[in-house]
Design a protein around this ligand. Structure first.
Ligand SMILES: *Cc1c(COP(=O)(O)O)cnc(C)c1O
Length: 376
């Protein structure tokens, strides 16, 4: 079968390949779902959104899921819903997508950066304890690349401090920690559906929670604080997800298990192959967690930027996820020392790992990485 992995012989002509980082699994089912919405005439605030929320809450074993226009506003809504604002501090890792931190700024609170664990790239509990202060209201656990952070340890810390544990599960749909899905380990969790994530609605976000009052508040915040027709109880926004996107989301939920299982078996294959390459450390997965591999990130001993350039020149879209937030111009006034974040962000590299990669393509990626790290 064409899917079987064939090593490239050195004298074979180089295949014209372009392996993209992301390639969403969308097709006929999504087209049919979106057409159905268009035909129904209800384009926002309707049954598709409620259906998507219900399926999402069930899958993540929480009482409530509230859909948002994107993950970034979902994070801000979560803070506002919990009364986090000016004068408050929220502890976040720096090794994350920028909006984990900027969403805190958007509500007038201050993000405090904590360092990460060198193996999992998830926030380091010891450093979180160091960063706790009288103004700390919450700790955000980002599940880097789809591997849950150490939620039990973090929950012990936040419970003792009397503050909220929040999950930025933007990259971790369907992942679990000690048998329980992410999104329900703290006060609330956030998910994103941009096209690089494991499932997508083009743009979209979701907040999960077991707290009914918080869920009600979030629904008002996303819809102009409207409690009755043109009655505005609170300062709200228009942060709704459209019915077209929600219909996409429902179709994607039906595919989630298949997507995750392909990724898991691809990860087993690739990790075994990469383990044989000196200077390349494949992802380290803790035994009590289920990694869903939105990202497949290796740690290199050699010059990462050079390896990345070589892969890209080879048609393989490798990327750094993420240049640390505390090094971004937007946070230039923040001075903090995060030695592990600085070290790993100079050596880590995320390889293409979307759910439609064939074994043959995985082999091409592995071969290219092997020659890229070996070349002098
Ligand atoms: C994608 C992502 C977000 C932001 O989600 P958007 O839907 O793009 O706004 C936030 N945090 C993390 C860790 C992400 O990967």
């Amino acid at each position: 079968m064409s899917d079987a992995y064939q090593p490239l012989s050195t004298d074979a002509p180089r295949p014209a390949l372009r392996i993209r980082l992301a390639r969403p699994d969308v097709g006929e089912e999504e087209l049919a779902a979106v057409s159905e919405v268009l035909n129904s005439g209800i384009l926002t605030n309707g049954p598709a959104t409620r259906g998507f929320e219900k399926a999402f809450a069930q899958r993540h074993q929480v009482q409530h899921a509230v859909a948002f226009a994107n993950g970034t506003v979902a994070l801000s809504a979560m803070y506002i819903g919990l009364g986090i604002g000016p004068g408050d501090e929220v502890i976040v890792p720096s090794l994350t997508f920028i909006s984990t931190a900027t969403s805190v700024l958007h509500v007038g609170a201050t993000p405090i950066f904590a360092d990460v664990d060198v193996d999992t790239f998830n926030v380091d509990s010891v450093d979180v304890c160091r960063k706790l202060g009288p103004r700390t209201r919450a700790v955000v656990a980002v599940h880097y690349g789809g591997q849950p952070a150490d939620l039990a340890e973090l929950r012990t810390i936040t419970d003792e401090a009397g503050i909220h544990l929040l999950e930025d599960a933007a990259e971790a749909h369907g992942a679990s920690y000690r048998g329980r899905p992410v999104g329900g380990h703290g006060t609330a969790g956030m998910f994103s559906f941009t096209p690089t994530k494991n499932i997508t609605t083009g743009e979209g976000g979701m907040v999960t929670t077991d707290n009914g009052d918080l869920a009600d508040h979030l629904r008002l915040l996303r819809n102009h604080g409207q409690t009755g027709q043109y009655r505005h109880e609170y300062l709200g926004w228009n942060w709704r997800l459209s019915e077209l996107q929600s219909a996409l989301g429902r179709s994607q939920m039906a595919k989630l298990e298949a997507i995750l299982s392909r990724k898991r078996s691809n990860a087993v294959w690739l990790t075994e192959r990469l383990a044989a390459i000196p200077g390349v450390r494949p992802p380290v997965v803790r035994p009590d967690r289920d990694h869903v591999y939105m990202l497949y990130t290796v740690l290199l001993d050699t010059d990462r930027d050079l390896v990345m350039q070589r892969l890209v020149a080879d048609g393989i879209e490798a990327r750094l996820y993420f240049p640390p937030a505390h090094r971004q111009p937007v946070f230039s006034s923040v001075s903090t020392s995060l030695p592990v974040t600085d070290d790993v962000s100079s050596r880590m590299l995320s390889l293409p790992f979307h759910s439609r990669l064939t074994t043959n393509e995985l082999g091409v990626i592995a071969d290219a990485l092997e020659s890229a790290v070996a070349a002098k």
